[in-house]
Design a protein around this ligand. Structure first.
Ligand SMILES: [Zn+2]
Length: 95
């Protein structure tokens, strides 16, 4: 972003067009090749999945439960980004 754009973001506050375009306030977080809307996330596992099953594809991943009984699996990086995005989303763009 240029200095002008950063200043503009400060000015427009809650007007989210520019913020969204720069990815600062996207409502979607990409997890495991899916764009998940933040408001559909119910909870995020605090510890990585481990079940000992040799066939398991989710070993070491964090389960992210979504509304509707679905869940997706996030690696460490995706989980951290998701949690940060939800915090930013709850706090709003002014903080
Ligand atoms: Zn498993």
């Amino acid at each position: 972003m240029t200095r002008t754009e950063i200043a503009l973001v400060g000015e427009i506050g809650h007007s989210t067009g520019l913020l969204r375009r720069h990815g600062l306030l996207s409502i979607f977080c990409r997890i495991d090749d899916k764009q998940v809307p933040l408001y559909r996330v119910l909870w995020i596992a605090a510890t990585p999945h481990f079940c000992g099953d040799a066939e398991c594809q989710c070993e070491g991943m964090h389960e992210v439960a979504l509304e509707g009984g679905e869940s997706v699996w996030a690696n460490f990086e995706e989980r951290d980004r998701l949690m940060q995005m939800i915090e930013d989303w709850q706090n709003g763009p002014d903080l």
